[in-house]
Each structure stands twice: as structure tokens, then as C-alpha cells.
Design a protein around this ligand. Structure first.
Ligand code: GTP
Ligand code: MG
Length: 195
């Protein structure tokens, strides 16, 4: 995909602020620090559009980006961040859930998992939820630069196995650091919009 324009629409703190209209939308979900914001910057070829941080819990709002005036990419706060209070975590959970369950524009929810680690219980729950809601279940395995190429398939198999993925569901390894796998991810996204 040729990125002609990419801009933030709004950092929403409540449902009232979601952009109006029916522009198709793809959302990124996953644990804190998995690389959701980095992935947005990388696939848009913009260094600083989405704010990233080495400490988890960076993204705390729902950030809507508009691409080529054609679709939205949506960066969500990560789940499973231990260092915030239980109340705050519950509030984030609710905030994310409200978005995912109410947003009519959503055409796909990408689940991001760190390629190095076995998906945890939160990831399994999220994956099942995405599936149950009828999305295409594309899993993006981030930080592929952190494992040797010879280990890639082993890690992908572990992710597939733990999430109990169907054979036709995609796992796309990417590295924002090394800019790897980006074309594969765009290929999968383009299929959604063209189909
Ligand atoms: P929250 O907003 O806290 O939910 O995190 P996030 O999922 O948006 O993660 P973010 O993009 O902020 O990245 C977290 C950390 O992982 C940062 O230090 C990034 O530089 C690092 N990171 C992201 N992608 C990659 C990658 O492909 N390779 C490596 N080595 N590091 C990465
Ligand atoms: Mg983030």
C-alpha cells in the first residue's frame, strides 16, 4: 500500500470522541509493551506518529489514525500491565471492551503477541473473543529480530498451538526494528479492504 497521508484524528478518552462516519477501521490489541504503537509507525513509515515507550502502559487513550483518507488504524492501550492499580486496570479493560463491542466501523482486530513468549491467558481470551466476533484472526508476532531465524517456525508453532489457531488463520512475524514482515502484513490488510 502506498501511504500518501497518515495523521492522527483524535486521542479518545471516551466513546463520545470516536470519529463519526463509517470509515473502515483496523484495531491493534495486545499486551502492554508488545509493540502496537511501534507497529503502527512502522507500517506507516512514520517515526513518531504513535508514541512509543520502553516502559509498558504508554498508550492510555484510544488513538485513531487516518490513512490516505480511506481507513483508520486504531492504537489501543495494552492489557495486562501490572504496575497500575486494580481499579485503573479494570477501567482500561472496560474502555477497550466498550470500543471493541460497540464500534460498527471495525473490519479487523489484529492481535499482537511477542514472538519470544508463549501467549498467556489474557492473549488466549482476547483471541477467542476476536474469533467469536467473526473477525479474521490475524495474529502479528512482534519483535522477530529478537530470535534467530532458525527458531522462527518453532515460535510460530507455539503461538498457533497455544491459541488453538485454525490452519487458515495467519501468523505474521514482523520486526519494527529491522523493518521485516511489513509487506506481508500489508498484504493481509489489503485483502481485507479489497475483499
Ligand atoms: P503500550 O502502549 O504500553 O500498550 O505498548 P505498545 O504495545 O504500544 O508497545 P510500544 O510500541 O510502545 O513498544 C514497546 C517497546 O518495545 C519499545 O521499547 C519499542 O522500542 C520496543 N519494540 C517494539 N517493536 C519492536 C521490534 O520489532 N523489535 C524490538 N527489538 N523492539 C521493539
Ligand atoms: Mg502503545
Amino acid at each position: 500500500m502506498k501511504i500518501k497521508t497518515a495523521d492522527i484524528v483524535i486521542s479518545a478518552v471516551s466513546q463520545k470522541q470516536y470519529p463519526e462516519g463509517m470509515m473502515p477501521e483496523v484495531a491493534m490489541v495486545g499486551r502492554s509493551n508488545v509493540g502496537k504503537s511501534s507497529t503502527i509507525n512502522t507500517i506507516l513509515n512514520r517515526k513518531k506518529l504513535a508514541r512509543i515507550s520502553s516502559s509498558p502502559g504508554k498508550t492510555r487513550t484510544i488513538n485513531f489514525y487516518i490513512i490516505n483518507n480511506e481507513f483508520h488504524l486504531v492504537d489501543l492501550p495494552g492489557y495486562g500491565y501490572a504496575k497500575v492499580s486494580r481499579d485503573e486496570r479494570a477501567a482500561w479493560g472496560k474502555f477497550i471492551e466498550t470500543y471493541l463491542t460497540s464500534r460498527k466501523n471495525l473490519v479487523e482486530v489484529l492481535l499482537l503477541v511477542d514472538i519470544r513468549h508463549e501467549p498467556n491467558n489474557d492473549d488466549v481470551l482476547m483471541y477467542n473473543w476476536i474469533k467469536q466476533y467473526g473477525f479474521g484472526t490475524i495474529v502479528v508476532a512482534t519483535k522477530s529480530d529478537k530470535i534467530p531465524r532458525s527458531q522462527l517456525q518453532k515460535h510460530i508453532n507455539l503461538i498457533r498451538g497455544t491459541l488453538k489457531m485454525d490452519a487458515e488463520d495467519k501468523v505474521i512475524p514482523i520486526s519494527s526494528l529491522k523493518k521485516q514482515g511489513i509487506e506481508n502484513l500489508w498484504g493481509a490488510l489489503e485483502e481485507l479492504f479489497i475483499a
